[in-house]
Design a protein around this ligand. Structure first.
Ligand code: R7I
Ligand code: MG
Ligand code: MG
Length: 382
């Protein structure tokens, strides 16, 4: 039976929590190489055995493992709670929640530089909530995936309020700008929140149309960004009369030339090639071509790919449903495992609904009850 919209809302937030808690077991341990499905199957079987043993109350009953959530969920919870409390976006309130949550529990594995933003926000008494993020990385802003990893509640809010793409884009951009002002971080977050909204709306998944819809939206965004960049370059060239400045701009444009003009569209096209293959691609090829790393551009596409590829059977993950395959496959690729699994888990949860998330998985994850409550409250917004 098709999942109800409420189950899909619950699936989104619980899917994200499960991806974060279980995925974090391997985060950072595997930057340089894949984790592999074998290790992931072992972990999941342990979770399921522990659950079974504690249910049966057998003598074997062990101390049940409990997996804590990380910054991904700490920040997603703030996004959800702020949208619920204000029945809309209040950027100051959201900035305060991010910061207070970080100051309360700063050991949740936050990104290396985003903590500077939280301190600057608190120190400035939230005077201009966008300025500290703009100052990151000498003014270019962070391109990390911290904006994308937390954005799934915005997809739910957009669906509930029947927002069109431009409204979702605006909402996502403002939430992201509180910590990440680099265009790739913003575009990654928009791609992720739109993938969640699209998955909520999809009843029968057609991989090609799902991807085509994402590509068509990213094309518009990336074209606008390109035009903006060209305009800025032309303005700079006009101003730069000094030789020194001209040299500086020359070396910069050489660097820029290495980047494709439509980086997200290029990755989405690669996803299409990967999912069309009969054989499961070599995980190293996925890591090289899509990335499973800390930059938004090197992780959001991988999450979308995992969701799409896992909608089809995977030989090494037999007897697992499509949600389970999504999470297990995402973690098996290694790298930023909590974040890729969080993002993939929220898209899969949005599509399949809560019913496909095993209760043994849910029960071992910190924050699952709050996720359920937040999902229900978002669903009940009027
Ligand atoms: O993006 P962010 O919130 O980190 C999220 C990640 C997730 O994997 C979480 O699970 C957690 O582990 O961290 O945090 P940022 O500090 O903004 O960015 C993360 C890292 O990306 C930075 O510490 C930098 O190493 C790198 N980075 C950059 N490096 C050079 N130039 C991000 N932007 C830049 C940049 O512009
Ligand atoms: Mg994390
Ligand atoms: Mg991470």
């Amino acid at each position: 039976m098709a999942a109800s919209m409420l189950q899909k809302f619950q699936g989104t937030l619980v899917g994200a929590i499960v991806g974060d808690c279980i995925g974090s077991v391997f985060e950072g341990l595997s930057w340089a190489s894949v984790v592999g499905t074998e290790k992931v199957v072992k972990l999941v079987e342990k979770i399921e055995d522990d659950h079974k043993n504690s249910e049966e109350g057998t003598a074997k009953k062990q101390k049940k493992d409990f997996y804590e959530f990380t910054d991904d969920s700490a920040m997603a919870r703030s996004v959800a709670k702020s949208l619920i409390q204000n029945n809309g976006l209040d950027v100051k309130d959201m900035a305060k929640r991010f910061t207070r949550e970080y100051l309360r529990e700063s050991d949740r594995g936050y990104g290396g530089s985003v903590t500077t933003v939280f301190h600057a926000l608190a120190d400035s008494n939230y005077e201009d909530v966008f300025q500290p993020a703009k100052d990151q990385f000498e003014g270019q802003g962070s391109y990390g995936n911290g904006g994308s990893m937390r954005i799934c509640p915005a997809g739910l809010f957009a669906e509930k309020k029947n927002l069109d793409f431009n409204q979702l884009r605006d909402l996502t951009e403002k939430i992201t700008l509180l910590t990440h002002s680099h265009v790739q971080a913003i575009h990654g977050a928009i791609l992720q929140s739109y993938a969640v909204q699209l998955a909520l709306r999809t009843t029968t998944l057609d991989i090609d149309s799902f991807l085509q819809e994402l590509i068509s939206k990213m094309q518009v965004l990336e074209q606008e960004a390109l035009q903006e960049k060209q305009k800025r370059k032309a303005e700079m060239a006009e101003k730069e009369e000094q030789v020194e400045a001209a040299e500086k701009s020359e070396s910069k444009s050489e660097e820029e030339e290495k980047e494709p003009d439509y980086p997200y569209c290029a990755k989405l096209a690669k996803i299409r090639d990967f999912v069309r293959r009969e054989e499961l691609p070599d995980p190293n090829e996925i890591r090289d071509e899509l990335g499973v790393y800390i930059a938004a551009l090197d992780s959001v596409p991988a999450a979308i790919y995992c969701f799409l590829r896992a909608s089809k059977p995977i030989e090494e993950l037999k007897d697992r449903n499509a949600f389970e395959r999504t999470i297990m496959y995402a973690i098996s690729l290694g790298g930023d495992t909590d974040t890729v699994a969080t993002m993939a888990g929220s898209i899969a949860g949005a599509h399949y609904g809560l019913d496909l998330i095993p209760s043994s998985w849910q029960l071992c994850c910190e924050g699952r009850l709050d996720a359920m409550k937040d999902a229900e409250q978002l669903f009940n917004l009027t």
